[in-house]
Every structure is written in C-alpha cells, then in structure tokens.
Design a protein around this ligand. Structure first.
Ligand code: NDP
Length: 435
C-alpha cells in the first residue's frame, strides 16, 4: 500500500487475490516465508513512452503509451492493449496482475502483461486511428516479440487497430511473426478468436449452472456493454436458448422485453463495429425497446447477469438489486466489473459467481491457440478451436472447484481461481530462483 498508494484499482485487484491466497500460503510451507506474493505484485518491467501523431486538421497530438510486463515465469508476457481516456498506471497494473493469474489458469504457457494508451478512439477517423497505431508501435516494437511479449486487443483495440499495429511491427522488424493476437484470418489470425471471450464467459456460466442441475435454456439474461465481449456473450446466450434483455454502453442501456434475437444482434454488431454508433440508436430500428440514459442494466429482473463492459461497473447496491430480483448466476466477461463489496454480497448470498479472471479467460486462451497455430504455420478449423475453447473453460471450472469448494459445498470461484492461478506461477518462480 505504501508503494502503490495512488493506484486504487491495482490495490483492489491485489486485495482480492490476497484475501484468498495469503491464508493458502500460510498453510503451505513451500510458499511460506518466501515473499512470493510480494514479488508477484511488483511488475518485472514497466515501459511508458510518448506517442505523437497528426490529426486530420494537421495538429500534432500527444498521448502516453504504456506496457506493463508483469510476470514471465511461465511464458512470454501476454495481455491486451487498451485505448481509452481513463487508461493510467493503476488501471494497467490491475489488468496486468489479473492477467498473470488468468493466463496461468488456462494451462497454456503464457506470462502476464497489459498495455495501452490514454488515446480516445471515439470519433476519430480511420486515418487518425492508423496514424496513432503506427506511432504507438514505432516505440512498442522494441519491447515485444513472439517469444518475449505478445499483445492483443482490449477496450478500444479491435481488429482494425491490431491490423495497423501489426503492419508497423512487420515493417520495422522485417519479419512476419505471431507478435500480436487477434489478427485477421488471412494474415495469421485464428477462427473463433473474436468470439472467444464472450463465448467462454457463457460456457463458464453453463458449467456453473450445471452444478445446480440448471442450464441457460429459458433463462433471462442481462448483459452490460455492447463491444466485442458483450456481443458474443449475447450471441452464445441466444444460441443456448436464453433470452437476452439488455445491452449497454457508457451512455446508458437498452431494454428489449421481447428479447434481443440473432437478427437484432446483427443490427447491433453493424451499428457498433461498422458505423461505430451508440447503443441508443437501437431504438431507431426497434422502437418497442427502451433506452435508459446514464444507468447500468442491473435494475432489470433477470436470472443471469453477464457484466461485459468495464471495471467497477457493478456496485454493492447493484448486487443487492440483482439478488432481490432473483438473479442466481453472475459470470464476468469484463475484468473486475464487480467491486469487492459487490463480490462479497454475491458470495454471502451463495449464488453462482465467477470472477473475470476465470470466466473471461477464453479470450486469452484462444490467443494462446492463435500463437500455437502461428508457430506451427497451420490453421485449425472453427470447430477444432471451439472444442479446445470449451475444454479449456471446463478445465478452468474444474480447477476452481478443486481449490474453491468450501466445507458446506459452496464453490468460492474467486478463491478457486486465485489459488489455482497462483500455484502454477509460484512453483515456476521458486524453481527459477530469485530473478
Ligand atoms: P470494447 O471496446 O469492444 O467494448 C467495451 C464496451 O464497454 C463498450 O460498450 C463501451 O461503451 C463499454 N465501456 C467502456 N468503458 C466504459 C465505462 N467507463 N463505462 C461504461 N461503459 C464502458 O471492449 P471489449 O468488449 O473488448 O472489453 C470489455 C471488457 O472485457 C473489458 O473489461 C476488457 O478488459 C474485458 N476483456 C476483453 C477481452 C477481449 O478479448 N476483448 C478478454 C478478456 C477481458 P462505450 O463505447 O460507450 O465506451
């Protein structure tokens, strides 16, 4: 706390891990007294750099770029890039820290990292986005590589941005490698990567529900966000027979009591990914829906909640509202969307609750599969990748049960994910000595 006092999101992420991992360390001599968690909370390397670019009016703009290389004990640093005006050291360190545990849980050999910029892509032309991405990569390229650090997308960084970033990396290095994931299909991308985080979040929800003899079929689902993760969480929920009632963005949420079906979702994808519009424009096509300005969708009655927008979007009062409305399952697509108090509220009520580091790990897992395919110079089919994704999510669920099942039978998925993620990284760090 003394060293990172001005980094609230990072402290929050560490506190959530410490709550469950410290008691485990105390009970296990191989970890006790080795300051292992203290080592894990200090990034191996932090890089910040200036990103200058020229906007469409000819003015020079300056942003700050970052890459946090958190932990490489079990593989090259791996984690997304976020472009959003709220990006700062605290946000990226929390994301990088979470990523270490998440990547470990996937069972694939990936360390943890995260990066990005306070650049705001909203309202920018394609030309401005390209110039920014090229400038960003003109510095980042010296710090990354297929065997060193492999960034991917996150908020504000989708297929378009990965394309521009990859193009500049390739030009500067004069080599075609799998240095970024989330690439286009014709130049090294993997099938199912765009869908993976959202699909994985729903597969995880299905596994949790199964422990209670339930499934998504016929359930009412509330989704927040309308970006990459939210879109595919909604798609898989619909495919599994659920009724999706909401989507949102930073201006508010839409509520469609008839359910957002595949046709309506295709409209949302076009609206958000191609036209880059606002979710409120859903009403222009579907006027029976409602737009609730400035609010999050947690007030809507549902069985299942899938928070897929951003950190700290679900507070204690929201958690209570969800419980009062009969919600039985929360599977996080976003990173740390629930505050610590909200998490405790879910756990106290003993409902099914999965933290993002477990339930949204499908994205990075499929990025890991993209890395494997790049190394093999070979592509798996859609069904092959989807099957591997399903297996990985099921394994993560099993690991959570192994380490998180309590005496009364309740599965504490936070505890399970934290300890399972910790053990693998800690063992590797101990084996490698103090480096
Ligand atoms: P996108 O940029 O595609 O979408 C983000 C969505 O969240 C948009 O609807 C956006 O609305 C909304 N949002 C962003 N910031 C805020 C905010 N401060 N308040 C309210 N709404 C906000 O990002 P992704 O879908 O890729 O990422 C969503 C979450 O999932 C993030 O937490 C990310 O870290 C996490 N994640 C993503 C993975 C991936 O593979 N993409 C992998 C694992 C986790 P608006 O357009 O108004 O900003």
């Amino acid at each position: 706390k003394e060293r990172n006092g001005n980094e609230p999101e990072f402290l929050q992420a560490v506190e959530e891990v410490a709550e469950t991992v410290i008691p485990y360390i105390v009970q296990h001599d191989i970890y006790y007294g080795k300051n292992i968690l203290l080592r894990m909370v200090e990034p191996e390397r932090v890089i910040t750099f200036r990103v200058c670019w020229v906007d469409d009016s000819g003015e020079i703009q300056v942003n700050r770029g970052y890459r946090i290389q958190m932990n490489s004990a079990i593989g090259p640093y791996k984690g997304g890039l976020r472009f959003h005006p709220t990006v700062n050291m605290s946000i990226l360190k929390f994301l990088a820290f979470e990523q270490v545990f998440k990547n470990s849980l996937t069972t694939l050999p990936m360390g943890g990292g995260k990066g990005g910029s306070d650049f705001d892509p909203k309202g920018k032309s394609d030309g401005e986005i390209m110039r920014f991405c090229h400038s960003f990569m003109s510095e980042l390229f010296r710090h990354i590589g297929a065997n060193t650090d492999v960034p991917a997308g996150d908020i504000g960084v989708g297929a378009r941005e990965i394309g521009f970033l990859f193009g500049m990396y390739k030009k500067l290095r004069n080599e075609f490698t799998g240095v970024l994931t989330g690439k286009g299909l014709s130049w090294g991308g993997s099938l199912i990567r765009p869908e993976a985080t959202g699909y994985g979040t729903v597969y995880f929800a299905e596994s949790m529900l199964k422990t209670k003899g339930e499934s998504l079929k016929g359930k009412n689902v509330v989704v927040s966000g309308s970006g990459n993760v939210a879109q595919y969480a909604a798609e898989k929920s619909i495919q599994l027979g659920a009724k999706v009632l909401t989507l949102s963005d930073s201006s508010g949420y839409i509520y469609d009591s008839e359910g957002i079906d595949e046709k309506k979702l295709a409209y949302v994808m076009e609206l958000k990914n191609v036209k880059r519009g606002r979710i409120s424009e859903y009403l222009e096509e579907y006027p029976n829906a409602k737009f609730v300005k400035g609010k999050t969708p947690w007030e809507v009655k549902c069985d299942i909640a899938l928070p897929c927008a951003t950190q700290n979007e679900l507070h204690e009062a929201d958690a209570k509202m969800l419980l009062n409305n009969g919600c039985i399952c929360v599977s996080e697509g976003a990173n740390m969307p629930s505050t610590i108090d909200a998490v405790h509220t879910f756990q106290k009520a003993k409902i099914l609750y999965a933290p993002g580091k477990a339930s949204n790990a499908g994205g990075v897992a499929t990025s890991g599969l993209e890395m494997t395919q790049n190394s093999l110079r070979f592509n798996w089919t859609r069904d092959e990748v989807d099957l591997k994704l399903k297996e990985i999510m099921a394994n993560i669920h099993d690991s959570c049960i192994k380490y998180g099942k309590e005496d009364d039978g309740y599965v504490n998925y936070v505890k399970g994910a934290n300890i399972a993620g910790f053990v693998k990284v800690a063992d590797a760090m101990l084996a490698q000595g103090i480096v």
